[in-house]
Design a protein around this ligand. Structure first.
Ligand SMILES: Cc1ncc(COP(=O)(O)O)c(C=O)c1O
Length: 442
């Protein structure tokens, strides 16, 4: 029987009933080694997942970043079970809403007031609405990926390639009202002059700049402080999208790590160890006007996500998770780099250690996706699910490191052989990985 037969049977059936097959693009098998990577999970625990065919994997995607402590963390899950016993979706609010707001304001540098959401894209849409409402301006400058909502996809109404380098090419803004054309404008990361020019071109019209402060590379010295200064000079609300970065970079989140405090920040995936939850936090002067705006939803008061988030943040602090991730990431990079050296493959595991990624150094741009796909394919066969990059979580430890380094030794050898053959593509048992999200840096 084919190793992942059940997964692909289910996926075929899903495509008959669910347009696009999955709810999240990053869960589509086309984003991995399509036909080899697992598609459906039976269960997850700690650093691992088991697919519906019974294969076990180390999950190097960590729930696409939603998992930070590890799957089924006992402290978080016990608190969730306790809350289920107390009831959910009650007609009046739960005091945990306030408890979490106080915790977020104590923890995150820019947080003086808080609103909630259920996911990252939604939280970004709320932040943009608040910034527009607070400034009375319509235009938003953005860099990177910020969800699926109209305000963001409107960027592709003017020029269909606007999102190419921020997300991926070929996104048609189908269903986005044409009247929004010109309201969301992309800017390139790292180029202060370009951003200043854009602000000049749209003087007095820009409500907000929304961006990830960093991802897996450190921004150039002074860049984010320069963005902050431009915002201050022009009365523009600076929003950091911390949906993916968040507490991975430390207890003060990425904004603490880079030492630049935005006016607002958006959190989701890494704040609640997988339970649906999102938050928009910010300075009082920007957040307070939201009291008069119509921003309202039943499930934003869901106590499950809030309890999960409260426990996750407390456990991140108590276990000193971020520091552990930095050193674990450095160890992973060094192990993979020494394996590459031993095997004689010109691949480098680099980037900031909390989010390492592989770079096939001397390979032509056309061959890089082939080698990345080959890596994903061969690692999957050896019980490691992921991309050519690594999302860390606190349940990963020495066993995962050993197993991954041993698998990488075999896989790097195969890749070297593929390169030596002059026809690396013939080593693929699947199509090339479809454009991974480019986001902003990597
Ligand atoms: C930076 C950033 N913003 C927004 C989102 C959207 O979050 P969600 O998928 O929870 O809507 C993501 C998701 O990957 C993200 O990485």
């Amino acid at each position: 029987m084919h190793r992942v037969e059940k997964s692909y049977d289910l996926y075929r059936r899903a495509n008959e009933l669910i347009p696009g097959g999955t709810q999240l693009l990053s869960r589509r098998p086309t984003k991995y080694a399509n036909g080899v990577s697992p598609v459906y999970v039976a269960r997850a625990s700690g650093a691992r997942i088991w697919d519906v065919d019974g294969n076990e994997y180390i999950d190097w995607v960590s729930g696409i970043g939603a998992i930070i402590l590890g799957y089924c963390d006992p402290v978080v899950d016990d608190a969730v079970r306790e809350q289920i016993g107390k009831g959910v979706a009650t007609s009046i609010s739960s005091a945990v809403e306030l408890e979490l707001a106080e915790e977020l304001c104590r923890t995150i540098p820019c947080a003086e007031m808080v609103r909630y959401a259920k996911c990252g894209g939604e939280a970004c849409a709320i932040a943009v609405r608040i910034a527009r409402g607070a400034t009375g301006r319509d235009k938003v400058l953005f860099c990177g990926y910020h969800g699926w909502h109209d305000w963001y996809l409107a960027a592709n109404l003017v020029a269909e390639e606007s999102l190419n380098s921020h997300l991926f090419p070929g996104i048609e803004p189908i269903g986005v009202p044409k009247a929004l054309a010109g309201t969301a404008l992309p800017f390139p990361f790292g180029d202060l002059a370009a951003l200043g020019q854009l602000l000049d071109d749209h003087k007095g019209e820009v409500a907000a700049i929304i961006m990830e402060p960093l991802r897996s590379e450190r921004p150039a010295d002074g860049y984010l402080a320069g963005v902050r200064k431009l915002c201050d000079e022009r009365g523009v609300v600076l929003i950091f999208d911390e949906v993916s970065s968040g507490f991975r970079f430390g207890m003060q989140a990425a904004q603490g790590f880079v030492g630049v405090t935005p006016d607002m920040a958006v959190f989701a995936k890494s704040m609640s160890n997988g339970y649906p939850m999102g938050a928009v936090v910010g300075r009082r002067n920007v957040m307070e006007p939201a009291a008069r705006m119509f921003i309202s939803s039943t499930y934003w008061s869901d106590p499950i996500g809030m309890v999960a988030s409260l426990m996750t943040i407390r456990e991140l602090r108590r276990r000193n998770v971020s520091e552990g991730m930095w050193s674990f990431g450095r160890e992973l990079q060094s192990r993979l780099n020494s394996v590459a050296g031993e095997v004689g493959l010109d691949v480098h595991c680099g980037g900031l250690a909390v989010h390492p990624h592989l770079e096939f150094v001397s390979t032509s741009p056309d061959q890089k996706p082939v080698l990345a796909t080959l890596f994903i394919q061969e690692m999957a066969k050896r019980g490691c699910h992921g991309y050519a990059s690594f999302y860390l979580n606190a349940a990963q430890g020495p066993t995962e490191l050993e197993q991954t380094a041993a698998a990488a030794r075999e896989v790097f050898t195969i890749i070297r052989r593929a390169l030596d053959s002059g026809d690396a593509e013939s080593f693929l048992e699947c199509p090339r990985q479809q454009d991974a999200f480019r986001r902003l840096v990597r």
